[in-house]
Design a protein around this ligand. Structure first.
Ligand SMILES: *Cc1c(COP(=O)(O)O)cnc(C)c1O
Length: 229
C-alpha cells in the first residue's frame, strides 16, 4: 500500500520542475497538495517521509479520523471537496485552507465559526467554469459579489480561486479552463483591489497544463498514491 510512494513523489516533483522550467516559472511558486482521500494514515506517513507536508482531503468525516491519527506529525491539511454548511464547524478546526468556498451563506458560517476559535480561516473561491449544474462552485458571474461579501468578513481571508475542469483524456483540452480561471483572477484583482495570489488547479491528468497557465497549488492524488482503492 505504501510501496512505490517515494519514487512516485520524486517523479511528480521532477514533472513539476520540468513544467515550470518549460514556461519560465520558478518551481518554488508551485506547491504540491498530496490528495490522500481514501488512503489510510500509513500512506500519508510514507508521503511525509518522502518530503511532503500538505495533504488534501475531500470528506470532512474521513479527514477528522485521519488527522487525529496523524496528530503527532507536522502536517498541513487542505479541504478540496464540497463543504456543506453543517460541516463547517469541523472544517474550520481541521483545515489550513478550504479550497471550496462557493456561497455567501457558507462564507458567513465559516466566518462565524472561525471567530469562535478564534482564527482567520484562509479560503479559495471554487469557480465552476463549465456551467454544469451538478458541479459545485460559484459561476463566474457570481464570483465578484461573493468575493466582495467574503472580504468584509473579518475571520475569513480569500487567497485566490480554485477550479475543477471537466474530465478530458487530452490535458490540452483542460487548458482553456485554466487560462479562464487565471483571467478571471486577474480581472477580480483589478476590479476589487484584493490580492488573489493563489490558483488551485491541476490534478494527475492535467497538472502540467495548469502550471503553464499559472497554477500555484496543484492537487495530485493518483500520481503519488496510485489508483484509489
Ligand atoms: C480527487 C481529487 C484530486 C486528485 O485527483 P487525481 O486525479 O487522483 O490526482 C484533485 N482535486 C480534487 C478536487 C479531487 O477531488
Amino acid at each position: 500500500m505504501t510501496e512505490g510512494i517515494p519514487e512516485r513523489v520524486r517523479a511528480v516533483r521532477r514533472r513539476i520542475e520540468a513544467a515550470a522550467a518549460a514556461c519560465g516559472r520558478d518551481p518554488a511558486e508551485i506547491r504540491l497538495v498530496a490528495v490522500s482521500k481514501t488512503w489510510p494514515p500509513q500512506a500519508v506517513v510514507a508521503a511525509h517521509e518522502a518530503g511532503l507536508g500538505v495533504f488534501g482531503e475531500n470528506y470532512v468525516q474521513e479527514a477528522r479520523d485521519k488527522i487525529a491519527a496523524l496528530a503527532a506529525l507536522p502536517l498541513r491539511w487542505h479541504l478540496i471537496g464540497h463543504l456543506q454548511t453543517n460541516k463547517a464547524k469541523f472544517a474550520v478546526r481541521l483545515f489550513d485552507l478550504i479550497h471550496t468556498l462557493d456561497s455567501v451563506r457558507l462564507a458567513r458560517e465559516i466566518d462565524r465559526l472561525a471567530a469562535r476559535l478564534p482564527k482567520v480561516q484562509d479560503v479559495l473561491i471554487q469557480v465552476s467554469l463549465a456551467g454544469e449544474e451538478t458541479k459545485s462552485g460559484a459561476s463566474p458571474a457570481e464570483v465578484p459579489a461573493l468575493l466582495a461579501e467574503a472580504s468584509r468578513l473579518s475571520h475569513l481571508r480569500v487567497l485566490g480561486l480554485m477550479t475543477i475542469p471537466p474530465y478530458f483524456d487530452d490535458p490540452e483540452r483542460a487548458r482553456p479552463y485554466f487560462a479562464r480561471l487565471r483571467a478571471l483572477r486577474d480581472r477580480l484583482e483589478e476590479e476589487s483591489g484584493i490580492a488573489l495570489p493563489e490558483l488551485s488547479m491541476g490534478m494527475t491528468g492535467d497538472f502540467e497544463a495548469a502550471i503553464a497557465e499559472g497554477a500555484t497549488l496543484v492537487r495530485i492524488g493518483t500520481a503519488i498514491f496510485g489508483n484509489r482503492p
